[in-house]
Design a protein around this ligand. Structure first.
Ligand code: 13P
Length: 256
């Protein structure tokens, strides 16, 4: 576990302005839980309003286009989300890869654009069930990760977070086992050290996503090489999201 775990709520395509009260409540609670770094990635339409409400938590986007601007109807550039108040962007989520046919190369181009716009990255990777069942999960994830990274990245420890999200664990109510999470995060760590060197590679955060809830968060985030969590469904209410944060905070308290 990282010295200051990173817990991120990915609201996906949920939330209208009526949900701002949840963001406000999360932000207020976060002000009393400074040992955990907390962030929300609401839909594009709520980035600016959530940023205005929030004093403590980070605010990010769930995607961006690789181009600076132009004739791309319906798309949003990295500079636009930064201008709306985002400090980071989630890229390469399996729901983008599957639902929008995003390939590693496009994710990499988006990552480069996001860095150019001054955003930090949460880069997602994860295997489908067939790859796990055929013993190829680690190969699949490392290949995906390698191809999805931006061409160059300065200060990776500061600007890059990897989110390992096994596809079959997302929204299924069945998180990966602790052993499988630790095995994958350890393999990702080795890859990061090889790619960025001992010091930076050891400092890039690796967070886990896939059916994280208040019951399993302490064990998952307390595990070796797990630096936080990317939470979907359970981040949609302040109560369930903060129960996750409280569970993580308790692990920190017991460790100190
Ligand atoms: P759930 O927490 O709903 O499984 O979603 C995980 C996820 O995809 C976060 O990005």
């Amino acid at each position: 576990m990282a010295s200051r775990p990173f817990i991120v709520g990915n609201w996906k395509m949920h939330g209208t302005r009526a949900m701002l009260s949840e963001a406000r409540a999360i932000d207020r609670a976060a002000q009393r839980l400074m040992q955990v770094e907390i962030a929300l990635a609401p839909p594009f339409t709520l980035i600016h309003p959530v940023r205005r409400e929030a004093e403590q938590i980070g605010v990010g986007a769930q995607d961006c286009h690789p181009a600076d601007g132009g004739a791309y109807t319906g798309d949003i550039s990295a500079a636009m989300v930064a201008d709306a108040g985002a400090g980071f962007v989630i890229l390469g989520h399996s729901e983008r890869r599957q639902g929008h046919g995003e390939k590693d190369k496009l994710v990499s181009e988006k990552a480069t654009a996001a860095l150019d716009a001054g955003l930090k990255l949460i880069l997602c990777c994860g295997e489908p069930m067939e790859k796990r069942e055929s013993g190829k999960a680690i190969d699949h994830v490392l290949r995906q990760l390698k191809a999805s990274l931006p061409d160059t990245i300065e200060e990776p420890a500061e600007r890059l977070t990897i989110a390992y999200e096994p596809i079959w664990a997302i929204g299924s109510g069945e998180a990966a086992s602790i052993d499988d999470i630790v095995e994958m995060h350890t393999a990702i760590r080795e890859f990061l050290v090889k790619t960025f060197g001992e010091e930076d590679g050891a400092a890039v955060r690796i967070i886990y996503g896939g059916s994280v809830n208040a019951e399993n968060a302490a064990e998952i985030v307390g595990a070796d090489e797990v630096d936080g969590a990317l939470v979907g469904g359970a981040s949609l209410s302040a109560e369930s999201f903060m129960n996750i944060v409280l569970a993580v905070q308790e692990v920190i308290a017991n460790r100190d």
